[in-house]
Ligand binder design. Structure first.
Ligand SMILES: [Zn+2]
Length: 231
């Protein structure tokens, strides 16, 4: 099954005693505050995003549990050398300035080793702040008819209005949290995002249409596939 990749953002973090004890639950030996660098990641939220999808709040809660202990990778690569940091705690928090907005915030730490100093400097200076998260949800529900697009095709097109209601996809049920990845190069606007639910995608996947919007959609999909093969 394809995982869902979403863009995320690096935030500043504060390190205190209770945070340090959570970090030490993940560490092989007790670490002192001087030995670790921490940061926060706004991973995903319950708002309809640029893919016209939203995570339900219950899904965010489930992902918070699943993400603890997961690695933070560099550019989606799974090798010992690319594992730079680890998620030590995660919570669902209100989004500043967004009424009803809730977001999953991952708290991550990185040992202050010589090999990590370039990465830490890049985060601290704001050079490295684009991330993506890879998750899997149990269901992808059409907001109009309730069909699970993972297994069923329905006629509704994301972003289109039906009787005044916009069609979007509800990503429901936390199945797995694979990774958080830092992207060293500024991502394509559409990179790090997207999914296929399996099954026919109907009108969305018709290449015959000549309208500019549809061409754009295809270009986006190509970028996303590229992202996937890199991973
Ligand atoms: Zn539908």
């Amino acid at each position: 099954m394809d995982q869902i990749l979403k863009q995320a953002r690096l935030l500043k973090a504060v390190l205190n005693e209770s945070e340090l004890s959570l970090i030490n639950a993940q560490a092989l030996r007790p670490l002192t505050a001087d030995e670790v660098f921490t940061f926060r990641l706004a991973a995903c939220n319950n708002q309809v995003d640029r893919d016209i999808e939203r995570f339900t709040e219950k899904t965010l809660e489930g992902l918070a549990v699943l993400f603890v202990g997961r690695p933070v990778l560099m550019d989606h690569k799974w090798s010992a050398g690319s594992q730079t940091a680890r998620v030590y705690a995660a919570d669902v928090e209100p989004m500043a300035g967004v009424d009803g907005g809730m977001q999953l915030v991952l708290r991550c730490y990185m040992p202050r080793l010589q090999g990590n100093s370039d990465t830490i400097a890049a985060i601290e200076s704001g050079l490295l702040r684009e991330c993506s998260v890879g998750v899997l949800t149990k269901r992808a529900i059409c907001s109009i008819c309730g069909a699970d697009r993972r297994t069923t095709w329905c006629e509704h097109i994301k972003g289109t209005e039906y009787d005044g209601k916009q069609c979007y996809i509800e990503l429901d049920g936390a199945e797995d949290a694979y990774e958080v990845s830092m992207l060293p190069v500024p991502a394509q606007p559409a990179a790090g995002v997207v999914k296929r639910y399996g099954g026919p995608e109907g009108p969305d996947s018709d290449p015959a249409g000549g309208a500019p919007d549809e061409n754009m959609a295809w270009q986006d999909e190509a970028l996303l596939e590229l992202e996937k093969t890199r991973f």
